[in-house]
Design a protein around this ligand. Structure first.
Ligand code: PGA
Length: 257
C-alpha cells in the first residue's frame, strides 16, 4: 500500500507516540475518537498516530478516508530476513504507514541502538517510501555539563543517512530528561537547539536546512502546546503520554493548527 502524505512544509506535524500502550479495544476507540473530532472540526495540521505494531493493521482501516496518517515507532534496517521479532519498513508501508519514528531515546537506551543503527533504519524507511522521524536529544547529565549541543549535533550528523531529503525526513528534538517527566527546556533553549539542528543538517549535507522540519518532544501537554508551538523553528510536536487521551491530544492538535 502506498500512502500519499498530506505533509506540507507550512503545516505543523503532530505525532502521537502511543509507545507500548493500548490493547485493541482501547486503541481502536482512541483512533475512532480522534477521527470523529477531525470530522466535526477542521484543523490545519498533519496528524500522525504511531501505535504499537499490533494495532497498525486495524487502525489503517479505521483511519482510511480520514486525514489522520499512520506511523510506526521503529523499523528494521533490512527489507526482510531472519530477524526474529523485527518488522521491516517495507512491511510497515505495506500495512499503510506513511511515517516511521527511528532512534527514539527509549530504543537507543533500552535496545542499545547506535547512531549507525538509527541511520540504517532511517535509510530503510526512505527506501520503503516512508518519512523517517529521527529522534535526538541529550540526557540530564549531558545538559548539566554543557554538552547538550555537542551531543545533539553529533547525533544529527551521524543518524541521518545519505538518502535524507527535506521532504522525507523530520528531526524530533527530545531531551531525554523531558520525556515523561513534566519538565521542559526553557523556550529559548528549544529555539536555539532547533536552529542548531538545522545548522548540523547544513554541515552534514552542505545543503540549506531552512526547510527541514524539526519537531519538539518531551512533556508536551494541552497546557503548554501553544507556547511550544509558538517558538520560532518549531514545526510540530511529538507527543507521548498526552496522546493517550483523545480530548487532551485534540487540544494539542488544535494548538498546532
Ligand atoms: P512524553 O513522551 O510526551 O510522554 O514526554 C514523548 C516521547 O517520548 O516521544
Amino acid at each position: 500500500m502506498i500512502v500519499e502524505t498530506s505533509s506540507s512544509p507550512n503545516r505543523a506535524t503532530v505525532l502521537a507516540n502511543w509507545k507500548m500502550h493500548g490493547l485493541r479495544e482501547d486503541g481502536l476507540a482512541r483512533a475512532r475518537g480522534l477521527a470523529s473530532q477531525l470530522a466535526a472540526e477542521k484543523i490545519e495540521c498533519d496528524v500522525v498516530i504511531c501505535p504499537p505494531f499490533t494495532l497498525l493493521f486495524e487502525l489503517a482501516s479505521v483511519l482510511d478516508g480520514t486525514a489522520i496518517l499512520l506511523g510506526s515507532q521503529d523499523c528494521h534496517a533490512e527489507a526482510s530476513g531472519s530477524c526474529t521479532g523485527d518488522v521491516s519498513a517495507l512491511m510497515l508501508a505495506d500495512v499503510g504507514c506513511a511515517y516511521a519514528i527511528v532512534g527514539h531515546s527509549e530504543r537507543r537506551t533500552e535496545h542499545g541502538e547506535s547512531d549507525d543503527d538509527v541511520s540504517a533504519k532511517a535509510a530503510a524507511a526512505h527506501r520503503a517510501g516512508l518519512i523517517a522521524v529521527i529522534c535526538v536529544g541529550e540526557s540530564a547529565v549531558q545538559r548539566e555539563s554543557g554538552q547538550a549541543f555537542a551531543v545533539v549535533d553529533s547525533q544529527v550528523r551521524a543518524s541521518i543517512p545519505d538518502s535524507a531529503q527535506i521532504d522525507n525526513t523530520i528531526i524530533a528534538y527530545e531531551p531525554i530528561w523531558a520525556i515523561g517527566t513534566g519538565r521542559t527546556p526553557r523556550l529559548s533553549d528549544i529555539e536555539e537547539t532547533h536552529s542548531q539542528i538545522r545548522e548540523s543538517w547544513q554541515m552534514r549535507f552542505s545543503r540549506d536546512g531552512a526547510g527541514l522540519r524539526v519537531l519538539y518532544g518531551g512533556s508536551v501537554k494541552a497546557k503548554n502546546a501553544e507556547e511550544v508551538l509558538g517558538i520560532p523553528g518549531v514545526d510540530g510536536v511529538l507527543v507521548g503520554g498526552a496522546s493517550l487521551e483523545v480530548g487532551e491530544f485534540w487540544q494539542i492538535c488544535k494548538a498546532s493548527s
